[in-house]
Design a protein around this ligand. Structure first.
Ligand code: PEP
Ligand code: MN
Length: 345
């Protein structure tokens, strides 16, 4: 990884670096972090002479070789001071970051979503979630509807909150990206779909778009999880949030096996913010508060929570696990209290 002295290389400086890299059959990828650009060397970067020639340029601060399966996601990388921002909020800076909303948008009842969105804003959430297209275990259950994209865009317009939706293939990705969806969610079923992860990274490279990457539900190891995020960052988009969401086999009584406890491991190995999803983890509205508090106590930067004004009228997971916006408001305040206590001496 190449770190320039200034925040960014000029066009001529970049050309000079690229010319050296191409002598060694390597290319250079610019990655725009929050405060500065870093440059990844693509190809066989273990060429000492190439390193020395680049490091010797007057405008280069250092060239680092990071021995890690995830060079860019690693805490020791030049992106260590990268901060992820969603809308106007820097994730996990002053308080926990909350994404909330129904599991699934009902295209036949847009008002349910819109009213939920306003109540969720009132409760104190920073971003809205809502499933437009749904990954379903049963191929005959509701799969989503393009019309729901219009509904969540309207909710953004009305509330001013950034929006998060899951995309599962190239077509959905393009529709969401063209609509300037703020957070592209990659679900647990696609957590290791490297082609999709690369496509997401490439399409959103250099943009403000953030990616919420869920953990693979089959007890994906922390390193496998971080390496999956590396696919997105290595295509040019460092705006990635890691989302533990429970693993399978489930703990009897819960929907999955709650995994907020991997948060400190992730934060120890990578600079990326951790946004835990307690809703899919425990799978029951009654247990979401406890799981949320635990996640914040473990050091999470934020939470992604299913919330609906009338869960019984919701579709998808809402009847089982969505909490009402009043409960969400209480949960946010309790999490803020735990957050503050984390920093007590
Ligand atoms: C969801 O967020 O509604 C969802 C389907 O999540 P996951 O991919 O974690 O199951
Ligand atoms: Mn859901």
């Amino acid at each position: 990884m190449i770190i320039p002295k200034a925040n960014k290389l000029s066009t001529n400086e970049l050309k000079e670096v690229e010319a050296i890299a191409s002598d060694f059959e390597c290319s250079i990828l610019e990655i725009q972090g929050h405060n500065r650009c870093v440059y990844a060397i693509l190809g066989d970067e273990g060429r000492e002479v190439m390193f020395k020639r680049i490091a010797g340029l007057s405008f280069i601060s250092k060239v680092e070789m990071i021995e890690s399966p995830y060079k860019l996601m690693d805490r020791r990388s030049g992106l260590a001071d990268h901060r992820v921002q969603v809308g106007k909020t820097e994730v996990g800076k002053e308080e926990p970051f909350f994404i909330a909303g129904p599991c699934t948008i009902d295209p036949n009842n847009p008002n349910l979503y819109l009213e939920s969105a306003h109540a969720i804003k009132e409760a104190g959430a920073h971003a809205l979630r809502g499933g437009v297209w749904k990954p379903r275990t049963n191929p005959y259950s509701y799969q989503g509807d393009n019309q729901s994209l219009e509904i969540i865009l309207q909710a953004r317009e009305e509330t001013g909150l950034p929006i998060d939706i899951e995309v599962m293939d190239s077509e959905q990705l393009k529709l969401a990206f063209d609509a300037k969806v703020d957070v592209l969610q990659i679900g647990t079923r696609n957590a290791l779909n490297y082609s999709l992860l690369k496509e997401v990274g490439k399409l959103s490279a250099g943009s403000d778009t953030t990616v919420l990457l869920k953990r693979g539900r089959h007890v994906g190891s922390p390193n496998e999880f971080i390496a999956a995020a590396e696919y997105i960052v290595a295509e040019g988009n460092p705006n990635v949030m890691l989302c533990p969401r429970g693993t399978t086999p489930h703990l009897e009584g819960y929907r999955n096996h709650p995994d907020e406890s991997i948060t400190p491991l992730l934060k120890n190995r990578t600079w990326a913010p951790v946004v835990v999803d307690p809703s899919h983890s425990v799978g029951h509205a009654d247990f979401v508060l406890a799981c949320s508090l635990a996640a914040i106590a473990y050091g999470a930067d934020g939470l992604c929570i299913e919330s609906h004004i009338d869960p019984s009228k919701g579709i998808g997971d809402d009847p089982k696990q969505a909490i009402r916006p009043e409960k969400l408001g209480e949960l946010i305040q309790s999490c803020q209290a735990v957050w503050k206590s984390r920093y007590l001496p």
